[in-house]
Design a protein around this ligand. Structure first.
Ligand code: AMP
Length: 183
């Protein structure tokens, strides 16, 4: 599993623990020799992730959207910064480059990107593992909603099984690696 894409907040969130955890995830990716793929921003949790990985000597590949430059502040210290023309092109490139996907705490952009990757796994468009890193219980409501959707007959148990649920970077990366090796 050479590279992992992380979707996460362009904002820092209110709880300082989110930034600390984002840096820890970046460090752990670097420690395992995994390239970190992300949206290329120099703000919020996105920046903390990239800086954590870079400080630990890791490879970070950012994919930024050119037309959104007013909104997106590009991180200038990445090992690779790629600029693509559209949001769709960004997601396609992330899906191409990454071997696994993580939803880290974030907002609408994070949800949208992650659920596309998860949907594609479910449909068999790719066989790359997906995980929700539930830092400080941030994703409890989302995981409850997925369970609710299963009880109500909208999500199959086997689709839920596609999703790695973890609360630490180490457990998340162990879980993704096990799924990746067992594909
Ligand atoms: P959000 O969770 O709404 O902050 O969105 C973050 C996610 O969407 C990231 O994974 C990015 O790929 C993308 N994104 C949304 N807004 C931005 C932004 N201002 N700068 C960089 N990436 C962004």
């Amino acid at each position: 599993m050479p590279s992992v894409c992380v979707f996460l907040g362009s904002s820092p969130g209110h709880n300082p623990a989110f930034g600390v955890a984002a840096e820890a995830l970046g460090r752990e990716l670097a420690r395992r020799g995994l390239t970190c793929v992300y949206g290329g921003s120099d703000t919020g949790l996105m920046k903390r992730l990239a800086d954590g990985a870079l400080a630990a000597g890791g490879q970070v590949h950012g994919i930024s959207v050119g037309g959104l430059q007013a909104l997106e502040i590009q991180h200038q210290g990445l090992t690779t910064l790629e600029v693509v023309p559209t949001m769709h092109a960004r997601k396609a490139r992330m899906a191409e480059l990454a071997d696994a996907f993580i939803a880290f705490p974030g907002g609408i952009g994070t949800f949208e990107e992650f659920f596309e990757a998860f949907t594609w796994a479910r449909l068999g468009i790719h066989a790359k593992p997906c995980g929700v890193l539930n830092v400080e219980g941030y994703y409890d409501p989302l995981l409850d909603l997925l369970d609710h959707a299963e009880r109500e007959g909208f999500i199959r148990a086997c689709d839920q099984d596609l999703l790695v649920r973890a609360t630490s970077p180490e457990a998340m990366l162990d879980g993704l690696a096990a799924r990746w090796e067992g594909r």
